[in-house]
Design a protein around this ligand. Structure first.
Ligand code: SF4
Length: 317
């Protein structure tokens, strides 16, 4: 049989790594102070996500699992999840456990909220960490949906109302650890009090340790997350975020926190919109250093235009 490379060559994998919902949720939980992600399902899911995140961030990452066996797959994973919670609490003493469901537990239809209700009832005599849960079936969306769903679940389950403060919530979406640090520095330059969720800028990109930490230092504090319902405003980056997963919209509807949805501040127009909003929220002028940086970029466009004017796509090669 002849083989025609041109017509028959086909990629063996097509975006194989973009589909895992709980991968995005695990990253969100890694951005909360003292938190441990726990996947409700088979062990392979936790292993895959751990392996994938470690390859990308080059940091030690623990992700617990309720380790379904054949019987749990048939009769439900309630006992597995309770045992996993007990193990995680005794091994890590976390401040928060973030449970994300996997394809398997979603397919069999485990009711995680009910299981957690039973767990809390059975352990009412001892102090328990905060437990947040999110449904993340991978056959519905991608890792980005899992990420947004986890941010939404954390806010929905932890935010509390009360007298308004000057706080500003920022939901940056899945950006790099360096971007998160830059955003925090920008808010500080405007004198704004920030609630950034998630914040894995230290937990997933920290310095070398002299002593091993079971849970990496850093992340958004739980008290700060609770205060998000009393903030003056929320900013959600990403113009395509599903309204059902938009934490800023949730806070606007439930606690009357003003909501703004912006594209990522990339390029002059996007950055102008972002900095103008920070200026309005803080009541402060855009700092001189940012104006100078913008000016230098515009200047470089002007300097380069004589080489680039009228050129498009292929003509630049
Ligand atoms: S089975 Fe589902 S949850 Fe588990 S690793 Fe694969 S895509 Fe992710």
């Amino acid at each position: 049989m002849s083989y025609d490379r041109k017509t028959q060559a086909k990629a063996i994998t097509v975006n194989a790594c973009k589909l895992c919902n709980p991968l995005g949720a695990s990253l969100v939980f890694k951005g909360i102070e003292g938190a441990i992600p726990l996947l409700h399902g088979s062990q392979g899911c936790a292993t895959y996500i751990r392996r994938y995140l470690i390859s990308h961030f080059k940091e030690p990452i623990d992700i617990a699992s309720s380790s379904f066996s054949e019987s749990a797959t048939i009769f439900g994973g309630e006992e597995n999840l309770k045992k996993a919670l007990r193990n995680v609490i005794s091994q890590y003493q976390p401040g928060l456990i973030g449970i994300a469901t996997t394809c398997l537990s979603e397919t069999i239809g485990d009711d995680v909220r009910l299981i957690l209700h039973h767990f809390h009832q059975e352990n009412s005599d001892s102090k328990q960490p905060i437990i947040v849960s999110v449904a993340t079936p991978s056959y519905q969306g991608s890792h980005i949906d899992g990420f947004n769903a986890a941010v939404f679940a954390v806010i929905q389950q932890l935010a509390a109302g009360g007298p308004k403060t000057k706080l500003v919530n920022l939901f940056p979406g899945m950006v790099s650890a360096a971007d998160l640090r830059y955003l925090k520095a920008t808010f500080a330059d405007f004198g704004l009090d920030l609630m950034l969720l998630p914040d894995y800028s230290e937990t997933m990109d920290g310095p070398t340790w002299n002593n091993y930490h079971k849970i990496a230092p850093g992340g958004t504090g739980v008290e700060k997350i609770k205060a998000s319902g009393r903030a003056q405003a929320s900013i959600q980056f990403g113009l395509t975020v599903n309204p059902n997963q938009n934490a800023a919209l949730f806070l606007a509807e439930k606690y009357e926190v003003k909501s703004y949805q912006l594209g990522l501040p990339i390029g002059i127009k996007g950055t102008d919109r972002f900095l103008k909003l920070l200026s309005e929220l803080s009541g402060n002028e855009i700092p001189q250093s940012y104006q100078a940086e913008r000016g230098r970029l515009v200047d470089s466009y002007i300097d380069g235009h004589k080489y680039l004017f009228g050129k498009k796509g292929g003509s630049l090669r």
